[in-house]
Design a protein around this ligand. Structure first.
Ligand code: OAD
Length: 270
């Protein structure tokens, strides 16, 4: 199977698999790139259609919501519409398969994601979400979570497409009358304490840290690889493009959906 890949990539996958066979503790950080092959654009991709003129950074921040809640809410409703019918790709599925396999082979895999989609969960993985959840909402003032089963974005994902409601009408909190916002960590906001502590612990105590599909530009998540390396871990990066991450021991320079199934198969065979 590896023969179908370029020779250098195949050799690097074999080296990575050797590194991943023995160690007990593995920490994996995923970013938007792992969902790219499911058809979800990454953050550094230029936006399309109605939103072409906006940068994600200028919409995903609390000041933008305070200034123009309608604009920011409409953008998230558009993103929800874009994401709602997307499915896990071979990278998500291989990761979930590896988590199952690892549990039976004395390995622990901590999966940390910066993604707000739920494709890891759809694939059968458990992941800690550092940047929140696209399908959840909360009050922008009192923080109480908002659930409305009549709206597709909060309902279970088995709502049929015909029933979808991506209305751009703003919703207000039943308790304090302020606007409801997506339960997503915006630029300038703190990460959820529990998820971040879990990520720091997993990174500081792992034998191998794997970064998949992230530009390594957004902190504090981008600092996890460094934390792992300072504590003696080896670092593997899976990304078709170069990143500013300079501490990588093995780079697997191709799409996650190409690399992950081969890597997991090699781990099982090594
Ligand atoms: P980015 O959009 O910054 O980076 C995506 C990375 O994925 C890039 O380095 C691409 O080269 C890589 N990539 C693209 N296609 C890929 C593929 N098929 N397989 C593997 N890699 C691929 O996304 P993130 O690093 O996740 O924060 O961005 C980090 C955070 O910045 C996001 O969580 C978001 C954003 O603003 C918030 O929303 C708070």
């Amino acid at each position: 199977m590896l023969q179908e890949l370029p020779q250098a990539l195949a050799a690097n996958i074999q080296s990575a698999a050797r590194l991943l066979t023995a160690p007990a503790r593995i920490c994996i950080l995923t970013g938007a790139g792992i969902s790219a092959e499911s058809g979800i654009p990454t953050f550094r991709d230029k936006q399309t259609g109605l939103w072409e003129q906006y940068r994600a950074e200028d919409l995903a921040n609390p000041a933008a919501f305070a200034r123009d809640p309608q604009l920011v809410w409409s953008w998230y409703q558009w993103r929800r519409q874009l994401v709602h019918n997307k499915q896990p790709n071979p990278a998500h599925l291989a990761l979930a398969d590896w988590q199952d396999y690892a549990a039976q082979h004395n390995q622990s895999i901590s999966l940390i994601t910066q993604n707000v989609d739920d494709l890891h969960e759809q694939a059968g993985s458990t992941a800690a979400h550092l940047h929140g959840h696209l399908w959840r909402n909360r009050c922008s003032h009192c923080g109480i979570s908002y659930e409305d089963k009549s709206r597709d974005f909060n309902a279970d994902k088995d709502v049929s497409e015909d029933d979808s409601n991506f209305s751009t009408d703003l919703i207000t909190c039943q308790h304090c009358d302020n606007y409801i916002r997506p339960d997503i960590v915006w630029f300038g906001e703190a990460l959820p304490t529990g998820a971040w502590q879990h990520a720091e612990d997993a990174a500081a105590n792992c034998d191998v840290f794997i970064s998949i599909g992230t530009s390594s530009l957004v902190y504090p998540a981008a600092g996890l690889a460094q934390l792992a390396q300072q504590n003696g871990a080896k670092i593997i990066e899976i990304n078709p493009n170069p990143t500013p991450n300079t501490i990588v021991d093995i780079t697997l320079a191709d799409k996650a959906g190409v690399v992950m199934p081969h890597l997991v198969q090699q781990i099982k065979e090594t």
